[in-house]
Design a protein around this ligand. Sequence first.
Ligand code: PGA
Length: 261
Amino acid sequence: MSKKIIIANWKMNPASSQEAMSLFSGISKNVSQIKKTIVVICPPFIYLPSFSKALAGKGKIKKQISLGAQDAFWGDTGAYTGEVSAVMLSDIGVKYVILGHSERRVLGESNENINKKLKSAISANILPILCVGELERDENHEYFNFVKNQLLECLNGIPKNLLYKIIIAYEPVWAISTTQNRRDATPLDSREMAIFIRKIISDKLGVGMKMPRIIYGGSVNNKDAGEFLRYGGIDGLLVGKASLDVKKFTDIIKIAENENN
Ligand code: PGA
């Protein structure tokens, strides 16, 4: 069984570098016993260099944690005001990047752009976390086609032997904590979509190829993380709101560690 991966998406939080460092060291202290779970923290860009230094230093920050960014532009350098490239992130020790999050898609991020970003991230040796997920569920189950289309367009032209590097995060937008009138998704919702995504990818890959990991995100907390990991058909979790709370987030990591046993 592959190691479970627990990823924190801090979004545009917290407001100061002091709060950010205290959250980061709080989590880091609590994961000192974690051996079998991969923990990734994706803070706003601006906090990455200091976290990276803390991880490289001799202090109390535990090395169990890897760093991720919440976006990375395509290309290495160039005339793209305001953007940060995967190469720059890799240079400061960032190992993962979230791409295609629904909160970026509403700001105009297209599958075509995400596809370019995925390719650049992979060539910069950063592991992409590709977010897919429907806005709504409809009675005719059209949402399966919606997710399939997102996947196929985002993965277009990526060599088969590199697909396993991508972590696919199924995040139904209707279940994300900040969505208005949100509803809870169940581990069964996660499981059916994970099976569907695996089928799409294995049709693309054929037999014998290493598969990407599939994770779930959408209001996961320390109360339901175990159920999602056990019954959701997934290899890990992408956690937003609960990752801003040291206790809740480290509880989730400990739950994953137990599931790895
Ligand atoms: P949430 O966020 O856990 O706050 O719903 C998940 C995400 O949007 O990645």
